[in-house]
Design a protein around this ligand. Structure first.
Ligand code: ZN
Length: 297
């Protein structure tokens, strides 16, 4: 009888130990899902319900700064490297053949994550975005014209148990396409903004589902690569340079309007901080800074 009592007590201890370790998912290093909304003018964010909900649950600004000139390749080179155009090698877009254009002179966030033996995935809607993304540093890559395929693949990657992707990138181009065709802030672009909003909502749902299933937190960073005016962009003016920027997830302040300056340059160092890595060691050439004020501690 006494032996049975001992076994029972030991069983309770083992059980409660297991429960305790399962009840602390926040101790696991987060994954990051970062989403670039091509041509996202800051004014459009106010009309996107899912985006507004993410702002209420995260840290945000509508005044993040794109680099000069505010065009897709220059912005994405800055986003991926955390280094200014003069240093990362992409100061303009002028390749004869995009496929042969591998211009980056410094390491990207994908390569930095690889140094720590973590896996990455990227899904883009434009070939020229892929051109500033070193292919070998991305374990899973997709170039899709169809936005749904971008969402489905990014969702599958963030939910993948084998392999586990620590960093997943998704690029959505609708707003840029409708901006060039109908004009920035045109009724047509505002309708496209609702469709992009739905894609963001789907990705947010995937991130929360993945967290529930695996216990690994997923932090999302969503931003525009540039804005626009009339039917173009690329000028050093507020409508082209200012973009929305939102971070949401475990360890990020909720409903917090960021007070300090945020630049696209700061995305990569902030991602590495979330992943528990030191950007000063992994990306010594990056000028971007960690956006410290978004963290709860
Ligand atoms: Zn464009």
């Amino acid at each position: 009888m006494r032996n049975l009592k001992v076994i029972f007590i030991v069983a309770i201890c083992v059980c409660s130990f297991n429960q305790t370790s399962e009840a602390k998912p926040h101790r696991k290093k987060p994954k990051v899902l970062f989403i670039s909304i091509d041509g996202w003018h800051a004014s459009l964010a106010e009309e996107m319900p899912a985006v507004k909900e993410l702002m209420e649950n995260g840290s945000w600004t509508l005044e993040a700064e794109a680099p000069i000139p505010p065009i897709t390749v220059v912005s994405h080179a800055v986003i991926f490297t955390g280094a200014v155009p003069e240093k990362n090698g992409v100061v303009r877009y002028e390749p004869k053949r995009v496929k042969d254009w591998w211009p980056l002179k410094v390491r990207t966030v994908f390569q930095a994550v690889h140094i720590r033996n973590k896996k990455t995935a990227a899904f883009v809607q434009k070939l020229k975005v892929a051109a500033v993304l070193p292919s070998k540093s991305v374990d899973e890559f997709g170039l899709f014209r169809n936005k749904k395929k971008i969402v489905d693949n990014a969702c599958a990657a963030i939910n993948s148990d084998e392999p586990v992707y620590s960093l997943v990138f998704a690029h959505i181009e609708d707003l840029d396409a409708t901006g060039h065709e109908y004009g920035w802030l045109s009724p047509e672009q505002k309708i496209a903004a609702l469709s992009v909003d739905k894609a963001i909502a789907d990705l947010a749902y995937c991130a929360r589902w993945s967290e529930k299933k695996s216990g690994i937190p997923v932090v999302m960073i969503i931003f525009g690569d540039h804005g626009g005016h009339r039917k173009t962009h690329g000028a050093a003016i507020k409508s082209d340079l200012q973009v929305p920027w939102i971070a949401v997830g475990a360890g990020i302040k909720a409903g917090y309007k960021i007070k300090g300056k945020v630049r696209l340059l700061d995305i990569t160092p902030t991602i590495l901080k979330i992943l528990g890595q030191n950007p000063a060691i992994l990306l010594p050439e990056a000028e971007g800074k960690i956006i410290k004020e978004i963290f709860t501690r």
